[in-house]
Design a protein around this ligand. Structure first.
Ligand SMILES: Nc1ncnc2c1ncn2[C@@H]1O[C@H](COP(=O)(O)OP(=O)(O)OP(=O)(O)O)[C@@H](O)[C@H]1O
Length: 321
């Protein structure tokens, strides 16, 4: 965290109840949430957790029944143009007019601001130029996403709210959007995003807020949430089975456990071909040195070595119902 970062969004004790045909439903049950300048804050949680409601209140489009809402130090419900012009919003469905072209729409949005962003640079950066003259209704989902992102940035906001910014993007467009988000953060913006893609949160977020059933279940950095500060088990793969001499000479104090051939490491990626082993008990540099000596002494050349930290997905699945 940059020492100069400051809290630009602060929600405290938010409660919200809505009427449903089955009676009142408390959809926020005491949510605390902060987003700071120069950071990406990711709001995660299963469907219906209350993420959109929280962001809608943070943006001043709705009010909590109870709780305090501060956006750039003001209550956004009463905020005027001076506050709104400092806040960029990209909605989940884009909210774009279907019969306008991206070029016309973005020119119009930029004209609403006294000192708009350099829209030519932004559209070229996001690869919008190639479809800038086409009607928005004819654009693909990923193309609309990029137009919506450009529109959210047109007023050079200090805070930008992005609801699922990488939804529907192909890998190249996703990288363009990620690079831009990181650049925005480095230039001091507070970026607040929701995503269902935990990989996105792992790659982008400085701070993660994990919601469920209208409450914040966990909050912290990705490293904090996944216990990165504690030693993790090690997996390694060899092209050939280990001989019994090597197995019996395995360093004292460490446990070597063969993994079943079909069982890949719990990282979500495909397991490498070969024989895979799990080692428990590596907690010091000396343990690593013993392991490396054992590899050397028995002419074992691993083709894959991994530290098996918990992923954000593991944490999400613990929290999700
Ligand atoms: N006006 C409303 N009337 C009734 N129920 C509502 C209303 N607004 C929200 N809800 C319910 O409140 C819960 C939280 O909704 P919200 O859209 O904030 O969740 P979310 O975490 O953004 O979900 P998703 O990941 O699916 O977008 C959901 O169960 C939703 O159906």
């Amino acid at each position: 965290m940059s020492s100069s970062s400051s809290v630009l969004v602060s929600l405290t004790g938010l409660r919200k109840t809505v009427r449903t045909p089955r009676g009142p439903l408390e959809i926020l049950q005491g949510v605390d949430f902060q987003a700071r300048s120069g950071q990406v804050t990711a709001l995660l949680g299963p469907n219906g957790a209350g993420k959109t409601t929280t962001l809608t209140i943070a943006q001043g489009l709705d009010r909590p029944d109870v709780g305090s809402v501060r956006l750039l130090g003001e209550d956004p419900w009463h905020g005027g143009p001076a506050l709104r012009s400092q806040v960029g919003v990209m909605l989940q469905d884009g909210g774009l007019p279907p019969s306008a072209s991206p070029a016309r729409l973005l020119r119009h949005v930029a004209s609403l601001y006294r000192t708009p962003a350099d829209m030519d640079a932004l559209t070229s950066r996001l690869g919008i130029d190639e479809f800038a003259g086409r009607d928005i209704r004819r654009l693909s989902g990923g193309q609309k996403q990029r137009v919506a992102l450009a529109a959210a940035l047109a007023g050079r906001p200090r805070i930008v709210f992005l609801d699922e910014p990488s939804a529907g993007l192909d890998p190249i467009s996703r990288q363009l959007v990620f690079d831009l988000i990181l650049e925005l953060k480095h230039s001091g913006l507070a970026v607040v995003l929701t995503t269902h893609l935990l990989d996105d949160a792992e790659r982008l977020a400085d701070h993660v807020v994990l919601m469920r059933n209208g409450t914040v279940e966990r909050a912290g950095t990705v490293a904090q949430l996944t216990d990165r500060s504690t030693p993790a088990p090690v997996h390694f793969t060899t092209p050939h089975p280990l001989d019994s001499t090597a197995m019996t000479a395995f360093p004292d104090g460490l446990d070597l456990v063969p993994e079943p051939p079909s069982g890949g490491p719990a990282t979500g990626s495909a397991p490498p071909q070969g024989c895979t082993f799990r080692i428990e008990g590596i907690t010091t540099p000396d343990d690593w040195s013993d392991l490396a000596s054992w590899w050397r002494d028995h002419r074992i050349m691993p083709t894959d070595v991994r530290l098996l930290h918990r992923s954000l997905e593991d944490v999400f699945l613990e929290v999700a119902p």
